[in-house]
Design a protein. Structure first.
Ligand SMILES: [Zn+2]
Length: 338
């Protein structure tokens, strides 16, 4: 009797490092020596429809005049109209989970059923003088006074004024293993398999109607950073898929298991702000890096991430393999339960 083959899972796991590399955060009260402060001007090239839902449903009309109830994407009010966005908080969250996976970082956020399986050395950071690289970049909410807002801030990426939203039909999705204990496929023995990431793939069609930002659109986003060592900056760049030897598009928002949410971060420029001491009260002005100078700067920062012992190479290689761009064309995503 032939066994029924279930479709391949649309995700894989990045193994956990054995330890977290903890140290103090630089804080926000001064420009710390040996660190950099500035911004990364980026374009988000949408390789698949991207939907960060607003939690609002509306009736929309389909191509044949039929009406559907669909989830609307997040938006912000601008001059009396609603501008749809990829919220900065969503991009920041996606970058954080990638930064955790490619560095010696703690397992910061975990569902209650996962928490008990996290290895002791990777339990979430709780003290400001002992923060892992991801917590130094993106902050923590801790007990008593041990909270830190992080050194990375991301703007909302707005759909341009002439941009149109897209109506996308996807398979229905359910919460994985709803109401059950941790499914065995997340564990090897008693050990967690690692951090879960979805592959890029071909969009699977289905009956669920969503309104999304369309494939092919390009949005502007700025990532601000302050007081980052060259290595922490390199880690941030690697998490954005910009490590010269390990480039990959990232995934974000809803519908990741069915092929949505793929986007490429393209770095247009890095703007570095000088120390106040070097140029008086208003600082030493700005230095804007583009082209070859920018490429060299990125490569040097990524090397520094390794030199400073922050970059978990095995994790980065695995992330780059899971998020390999060729999956967009070659990998079918499941259109039914998997
Ligand atoms: Zn941490």
């Amino acid at each position: 009797m032939a066994l029924e083959r279930s479709p391949e899972k649309p995700y894989s796991f990045v193994p956990l490092p054995e330890r977290a590399e903890r140290g103090p955060c630089a804080g926000h009260h001064l420009f710390a020596a040996g660190t950099e402060t500035g911004s990364l001007e980026c374009r988000l090239a949408l390789l698949r429809p991207v939907q960060v839902a607003a939690g609002v449903l509306d009736l929309i009309r389909g191509p044949r005049g039929e009406e559907h109830i669909a989830a609307l994407p997040a938006g912000v009010p601008r001059a009396g109209r609603r501008v749809y966005v990829v919220p900065g908080s969503s991009l920041k969250g996606a970058l954080r989970s990638l930064a955790e996976a490619v560095s010696f970082s703690c397992f910061g956020v975990a569902a209650p059923r996962v928490r008990g399986h996290i290895p002791e050395p990777l339990r979430r950071c709780t003290r400001l003088d002992r923060l892992c690289p991801a917590c130094r970049l993106f902050g923590i909410t801790g007990a008593r006074r041990e909270s830190y807002m992080g050194s990375v801030h991301v703007t909302d990426a707005e759909l341009p004024p002439d941009g149109k939203v897209a109506v996308v039909r996807t398979p229905l999705l359910w919460t994985p293993a709803r109401g059950q204990r941790l499914p065995n496929l997340y564990l090897r023995g008693r050990q967690l398999r690692g951090r879960k990431f979805y592959f890029h793939g071909r969009a699977a069609p289905g009956p669920d109607v969503r309104v999304a930002l369309p494939e092919g659109e390009s949005l502007q986003a700025t990532v601000y950073f302050d007081n980052l060592s060259p290595g922490l900056l390199g880690l941030l760049l690697a998490a954005m898929g910009l490590h010269p030897a390990h480039r990959f598009p990232i995934k974000l928002g809803g519908g990741k298991p069915v092929g949505m949410g793929s986007l490429e971060v393209r770095l247009v420029a890095a703007v570095l702000r000088g120390a106040v001491a070097a140029g008086g009260r208003l600082g030493a002005g700005e230095r804007r890096l583009t082209g070859d100078e920018l490429r060299r700067w990125v490569a040097e920062r990524c090397r520094a991430a390794e030199d400073e012992g922050l970059l978990y190479r095995e994790g980065l290689e695995r992330v780059a393999a899971i998020l390999a761009r060729r999956g967009l064309e070659t990998r079918p995503m499941p259109s039914g339960p998997y």
